[in-house]
Every structure is written in C-alpha cells, then in structure tokens.
Design a protein around this ligand. Structure first.
Ligand code: 3NM
Length: 207
C-alpha cells in the first residue's frame, strides 16, 4: 500500500461544501479532470452540512472519485467510512486515536495530522499510513489551525521517518508548493487554492 501511496498523495484536494461558492460536485469534477490524485471529504466548520445531507453529498463526491479512480478519504467522521466505502480516513490529534482507528478499520488507509515535534513524538506512527504536516504556512481556511510550522519541520519528519508518506498542508499555493515538495513532501494537500481558483485546470497543473 505505502509504495503506491507516495504518488497517489501527490496532489491531494481537501474540501467540503462550506469551502465552495458553487456546487461542490462541479468543483470536484473539475479538480479531478485537472489532475488531482486524492480527495478528502472534509465537511466541517461554519456552514457545513450535517446528518443525512452530509451523507448524501458524501455519496455524490465518492462516486466522482470512484468513476475516476481517485482515492477517497473522509475527515474524522468514522461513521461515514463504511457507508461511503472510503479508501481511508484522516484524523487530527484530538480525534479518535490512530490505534483505535486501526483496530476498527484494519484495511483502510489512515492519515494523521502532525503540527509540531511533540505531536510527532507522541503519535503512534507505526499504525498510520501517512501523515499530514502543517500548517506549512498561514491559513485562514481552518478555524483552529495551529501555528505554522516551516519547511524545516517537514524535512525533520522525513529525516526521522524516511519511508513514511508525508503531505504538507495549510496555506499551500501555486507559488510555494515547490518549496514543500523540495523539502521532501510526497504531496501537497490543499483547499482554498483550488476552491477559490478561477481556473482550476491551471491551478492543479501549477501545483
Ligand atoms: N489542516 P488551505 S491546515 C484542513 O494544519 C487543514 O493540519 C491543516 O486549507 C493542518 O489549503 C488546513 O486553504 C487548511 O490553507 C488547509
């Protein structure tokens, strides 16, 4: 699994309806056609859907990913993993523990957010398939984003865990994505650079 993951996490689009000014399915379709390699359904924060509506949108987005062979992840919400037949789940430090997730979903891809050295040291890296490191730069998209790390922290993560697939996240745009990849990230995870783009094809290509 891991070997394959490096390339599949290369351009990792994260989004929920609250991030889109227009139909989320249209945004995802465009991003998929433009060349994203993975998608995370992150229906969270102000203006996000809940319950049956959240599930219904998830089903539509899941189908788009299935049709195009793009990995489909859910953010945090363990109850969505089975109904949406997600390839994996991404969790933060305050969500269900990675060990518990691994017990519950032995065969799914598990991603974990890491924002500093203390989190890296206390995280059960051996049970996760990849880590999201960030925020790399300042971001206004995540309401409770932590202090930006810098590319050196990502270098450190790759130094300590050279075989662990790693994506940078937070404030990544068409200009600074190269710095994140040059620091050793296997991919870049982005929200607003795509959802706010007036030319998704160009944006994804530039990433
Ligand atoms: N997680 P944008 S930063 C979802 O640091 C998310 O773990 C982060 O949005 C973390 O690409 C972030 O618009 C927001 O900055 C990413």
């Amino acid at each position: 699994m891991s070997k394959d993951l490096y390339s599949k996490l290369r351009k990792y689009f994260v989004m929920g309806s609250q991030n889109c000014d227009r139909d989320s399915c249209e945004v995802l379709e465009e991003a998929v056609r433009a060349g994203i390699t993975a998608f995370q359904y992150r229906e969270k924060g102000q203006g996000s859907l809940e319950g049956a509506e959240k599930l219904a949108l998830g089903r539509k987005l899941r189908e788009i990913c299935r049709k195009h062979g793009i990995l489909f992840f859910v953010n945090d919400d363990v109850e969505l993993v089975d109904p949406l037949e997600a390839d994996g789940i991404h969790v933060g430090q305050d969500d269900l523990s990675a060990e518990e997730l691994r017990r519950r979903f032995p065969d799914r891809i598990i991603g974990l957010s890491i924002s500093n050295l203390a989190e890296l040291e206390r995280s059960p890296i051996e049970v996760v398939d990849y880590v999201g490191v960030g925020p790399m730069f300042a971001t206004t998209t995540k309401e409770d984003a932590k202090k930006p790390v810098d590319v050196h922290f990502l270098e450190k993560v790759k130094h300590v865990y050279p075989d662990l697939p790693t994506v940078g996240i937070g404030g990544i745009n068409e200009t600074n994505a190269a710095d994140v990849l040059e620091a050793g990230a296997d991919g870049v995870a982005v929200i607003s650079v795509i959802t706010k783009s007036d030319d998704i094809l160009r944006t994804v290509q530039n990433l």
